[in-house]
Design a protein around this ligand. Structure first.
Ligand code: NOJ
Length: 762
């Protein structure tokens, strides 16, 4: 067979949207990428195959099994190999390397009746072999090119090992740091999250799915999985249509507009209906409003979980409900495989629905070129050249240092002086390799490849100048250990600089890793306080997968400097050394709000106005919307991050004081690097709709630009706004802007901006 592959994207115009006036999409036009744009030849092939397939073979294409090891749930399918041979499985995940995928593909192609190639998927989340920073960390770079490159490299490495499909990006907005999967996303913000979602899809899929080094992306987990009540993983979500559409949907829309080929359902129930059985989400919104024509895969056994949810009486009914809702592929649950034939006989599902699902799946196999050459991804030579290449490792270091956020730097204690000095690294994260990587490292190597902080600083300052001692235990519930503290303090006292390397073990974030507090786990806090008590300047380097509420450390007289390094990936030790030494001037900015304590959660910058706001003049007034002993303000605001230089902002200049509804308005500021070294500034633009038919957020990010300025250099940054930037779901749920007064804010963080006002006119 030698078929041409198609790639272009379709644009669905206003006509489709006009069909759904009550549930409008944010976009005036929805681009459906990666979808049904194959040549007639491709359709003929797929239709021909479907015409020949038995029902069992069709259901096989709708079945995905894990290769047993590296599972993410409790259900294994021991017989998956036999299932492949019998043509009962169309896709396998967690199986990789050119050799293994080739061997498995040979079975599918040569031993099954129709020889349809398998699709190999995997959780390639932040790197495949070369491990990049966790996705939340990368989001802190605000560097869309670097984020796209990270996904590109992950995709290339994965493709060379025979993988066709990644279960990424996770585009769930997350506003509750108790939820461990906050580590896997892009933080709390709709605008930033949408930009990053699109960048990651572009990275994985490239311009052409038919190229042998691009893989299918999955926008997951649809929808509202990140809003699990109380931050407990897999828990219920319940929210208004407005909140769903305004906050949780846009990153999915952005991912699909960028061409995401597949979409994964989420585990949670949304407003009483398990998502995997929600025809509102999977058909009304996804297919009818957004025009998505890729395929929908469930999360791991999430069809089966509709039974314990109390929604389906048994697996058979769950399978019917999920297929009828719009699911195309069953991940690991074996529900379609076990029950769909009977469901057809019972008339509970229609053959047409099954044929549609199969066609969607085969189309992706076609678009990947698997019908041309089923082995084109399993390439030993490319595998050798690509995996851990010097270029890939350099990119991992580059984005790691761009992801690190300088939170505090009293008296410019950082960067460290370049003269060799005695540096003490103290804390459980100080010489750990595995913790640098975080969760979901796929095929990454936890043991040998990662560069620990001690290794990174020794490489920079010389082995003889850097001493490491553990000093504390980060295990949840670890008892106080005065002896370990004593030894650590003795080392601190004879050192010039103390680096306290603290945070979370890698397994404390990610799936099924929710916490009820945001303090340093184990007995680390006692160590930190003892180190500060020595009177030496303490630099706290945080290595963690979620924001930690470290008010004590931030307080004036305690720690001198704080660096949020997140879980920076395999080059983490070098990247942190780049920051501490000043070889790289920190440029990361928080992609979420860091609370003072867990009681403020959920806390995010673009909250709605209240009728009883606290004022700066009377912060402790009674009968205002506030807590008794904690301010409403966060420990660190969204968008915040320091540099080793300073940036000054001019007043905002507007091209006009009003914006006609079909016109544009330009807002400009001049930013000057007023410090002594070159640096990167992320100029952020927020808007505020002063009055609306529904209450509007106090501030919303609507643009940002990263600029690099030498010491003393200035640059004017301009943003062009249109009415679309001011649009929202109005009282009648129509999407659009309302004429009236707006504020515009431009600055270096959500709480550090200049302000100007304008009017939107009809
Ligand atoms: C469960 C997770 O929720 C999902 O994100 C992941 O892709 C699957 N397991 C497969 O590993």
């Amino acid at each position: 067979m030698n078929m041409m592959r198609g790639a272009a994207a379709l644009i669905i115009g206003a006509s489709l949207l006009a069909c759904a006036p009550d549930t409008p999409s944010q976009s005036a036009e929805v681009k459906i990428g990666a979808q049904s744009v194959i040549e007639p030849e491709g359709h003929a092939l797929i239709d021909g195959l479907i015409a020949q397939m038995t029902l069992e073979e069709k259901i096989g294409q709708m079945t995905l099994f894990s290769a047993n090891w590296s599972d993410t749930g409790a259900v294994n399918r021991e017989s998956w190999r036999e299932d492949v041979k019998a043509g009962k499985v169309g896709a396998v995940f967690s199986l990789f390397t050119a050799q293994k995928t080739r061997a498995m593909q040979t079975i599918a192609v040569e031993q099954t009746r129709l020889g349809i190639p398998l699709l190999f998927g995997y959780d390639v989340i932040h790197g495949h072999r070369t491990t990049f920073p966790i996705p939340l960390a990368e989001a802190a770079s605000w560097d869309l090119e670097a984020i796209e490159l990270s996904a590109r490299i992950a995709g290339r490495e994965a493709a060379a090992e025979g993988l066709h499909w990644t279960f990424a990006p996770m585009v769930d907005i997350a506003r509750d740091p108790r939820w461990g999967r906050i580590a896997e996303g892009a933080g709390e913000d709709v605008y930033l999250g949408s930009k990053i979602a699109a960048a990651r899809v572009r990275g994985f899929q490239g311009d052409d799915l038919g190229a042998h080094d691009t893989i299918l992306a999955t926008a997951k987990h649809f929808a509202a999985y990140g809003a699990a009540q109380a931050g407990r993983d897999y828990h219920t979500t319940d929210m208004s249509q407005r909140e769903l559409r305004e906050t949780y949907f846009p990153p999915f829309e952005a991912a699909l507009e960028a061409g995401a080929a597949t979409l994964m359902t989420s585990f949670n129930a949304l407003n009483g209906v398990p998502v995997t059985g929600s025809s509102f989400l999977l058909t009304d919104v996804l297919r009818e409003e957004w025009g998505f024509e890729g395929f929908v895969v469930t999360d791991y056994t999430s069809i089966n979980e509709m039974v314990p949810h109390g929604y389906s009486r048994d697996n058979k009914q769950a399978g019917e409900q999920s297929l009828n809702a719009g699911v195309d592929m069953d991940m690991q649950g074996a529900v379609f495989m076990t029950h769909l034939e009977q469901s057809i006989e019972d008339g509970a599902v229609k053959m047409a629905q099954i044929d549609t699902a199969v066609a969607r799946i085969l189309e992706m196999k076609y678009r990947l070129g698997l019908f041309d050459d089923p082995y084109r991804y399993s390439d030993l030579a490319r595998e050798k050249a690509e995996i851990y290449s010097a270029v890939n490792i350099a990119a991992a270091r580059d984005i790691a240092r761009k992801s690190i956020v300088l939170l505090k730097n009293d008296n410019d204690v950082l960067p460290l002086s370049s003269a060799a000095q005695s540096i003490a690294i103290i804390g459980p994260l100080g010489d750990s390799k595995s913790d640098m990587l975080g969760n979901w490292i796929g095929a990454g190597d936890r043991k040998t490849r990662p560069v620990s902080l001690t290794e990174g600083l020794r490489a920079r300052y010389g082995a003889g100048n850097v001493t490491y001692i553990k000093g504390a235990d980060y295990t949840l519930g670890a008892k106080p250990n005065p002896d370990a503290i004593k030894q650590a303090v003795a080392l601190a006292q004879k050192s010039d600089v103390i680096i306290a390397a603290m945070g979370e073990r890698w397994s404390l974030s990610g799936e099924a890793a929710s916490r009820t507090d945001l303090q340093l786990p184990g007995n680390q806090q006692a160590l930190l306080e003892a180190l500060v008590a020595t009177g030496k300047p303490v630099i706290l380097v945080l290595i963690n997968g979620r924001p930690l509420a470290l008010e004590w450390a931030q307080n004036e007289d305690n720690v001198a400097a704080i660096i949020e390094a997140w879980q920076p990936g395999m080059e983490g030790g070098h990247a942190i050394a780049d920051i501490l030494s000043g070889d790289y001037n920190p440029s990361g900015r928080l992609p979420l709000t860091v609370p003072r304590n867990v009681g403020q959660v959920p806390l995010y910058y673009n909250m709605l106005h209240t009728g009883r706001p606290v004022t700066d003049a009377e912060p402790n007034a009674k009968f205002k919307s506030r807590y008794l002993a904690t301010p409403n303000t966060p420990l660190y605001a969204f968008g915040y991050g320091l540099s080793y230089t300073d940036f000054k902002y001019s007043k905002i200049s507007l091209s006009a004081d009003s914006l006609p509804v079909s016109g544009t308005l330009t807002a400009s500021v001049t930013v000057t690097n007023s410090g002594k070294r070159a640096g990167v500034e992320t100029v952020q633009l927020y808007i505020q709709d002063k009055f609306g038919s529904v209450v509007r957020p106090v501030k919303q990010l609507k643009g940002f630009e990263q600029i690099t300025l030498d010491a003393g250099q200035s640059q004017t940054v301009s943003f062009t706004l249109t009415a679309k930037d001011l649009s929202f779901y109005r009282a009648d749920m129509s999407f659009g802007a309302e004429a009236g007064a707006f504020n515009i804010f431009i600055g270096s963080a959500s709480d550090n901006t200049r302000k100007a006002a304008f009017t939107l006119t009809d």
